[in-house]
Write a protein that binds this ligand. Structure first.
Ligand code: PMP
Length: 289
């Protein structure tokens, strides 16, 4: 059952007019929120990022956080699976085609939820492969915009060679993946690129850095040169649906010794433990959910 503009319905019965600005211009923003044991994970943070994206495209938030919580609770109840991922999408509504914003047009709000599957044991044991490419997206990558054409083309570069992700380099520096954030490990230090307009502020990225801080894992947030990615001991990928994954092959060359490393193992275990406390509802004050 999906949610569309205030109503729940089977997805087959959901339609939007062809003049929806999401369809015509890609004029909208979205969020993807993981749900564990029917509880949305880090919901406050996802709703804050949604507000940031809406502000970035000058679209008024149609709901208060309390209203979002109520709607999302109904979406979760109306769908199967203890673990789900919610896709939430807001566009600037339906109007005669014109680039300028329409006046007094209600936004389109669409929400669906699908079962959330854990990354395969095989991938966690052996790691995944990635390729690198020039980051040719716009310079508001901090806005989670539905217009994803550059991300789609970049991701396909990986799919074309049976790799999992494309790691993006802008002006000689690591930004992120086409649909993930990227960390590297060098000389027993976890390195993360700083948040800026050139990357999406990942919710999982924040959890990983909080877990590193709370567990005395040496880490630093700083610009990462392309050359450093190529000599990294480990590369880690994070996203809400993939959690933490090791990248063990980059542009067809092994990363470090070609196996998932110690930082991956430790952070992956801490992430699973953190999820369990979230599910039981006992997250600590420092690691709030
Ligand atoms: N960067 C991009 C471009 C993404 O699409 C995603 C996944 N939504 C991420 C980073 C990871 O963000 P999160 O941890 O919030 O899923």
């Amino acid at each position: 059952m999906i949610y569309l503009n205030g109503k729940f319905m089977p997805i087959e019965e959901a339609f939007i007019p062809v003049l929806d600005r999401g369809f015509i211009f890609g004029d909208g923003v979205y969020e993807v929120i993981p749900v564990y044991s029917r509880k949305p994970f880090r919901l406050t943070e996802h709703l804050m990022r949604l507000q940031h994206s809406l502000d970035g495209i000058r679209l008024k938030n149609p709901f208060s956080n309390e209203e979002w919580r109520n709607i999302l609770e109904q979406v979760i109840t109306n769908n199967d699976g203890e673990d789900q991922y919610i896709y939430l999408h807001i566009t600037r509504g339906v109007a005669k085609r014109d680039h300028a914003f329409p006046a007094n047009v209600p936004p389109t709000v669409f929400i669906m939820s699908n079962p959330l599957l854990q990354p395969s044991e095989e991938l966690l044991k052996n790691g995944a492969s990635a390729v690198t490419a020039n980051d040719n997206r716009w310079v508001r990558c901090d806005v989670k915009a539905i217009s994803l054409l550059p991300n789609i083309l970049l991701r396909q570069l990986a799919v074309d060679v049976q790799a999992l992700e494309t790691i993006l380099i802008r002006n000689g520096f690591l930004t992120e993946g086409s649909a993930s954030n990227i960390f590297i490990v060098k000389n027993k230090m976890l390195l993360a690129p700083p948040k800026s307009n050139l990357m999406l502020p990942g919710i999982t990225y924040d959890v990983v850095l909080e877990l590193a801080a709370a567990n005395q894992i040496p880490h630093e947030i700083r610009e990462i040169y392309e050359t450093e990615i190529r000599i990294a001991d480990e590369i880690l990928l994070t996203s809400s649906t993939k959690e933490i994954m090791p990248i063990t092959l980059l542009d067809n060359k092994p990363v470090g010794d070609g196996k998932p490393g110690e930082f991956f193992r430790q952070l992956h275990a801490l992430y699973q433990e953190y999820k369990t406390t979230h599910m039981r509802g006992h997250t600590t004050a420092r690691l709030t959910s």
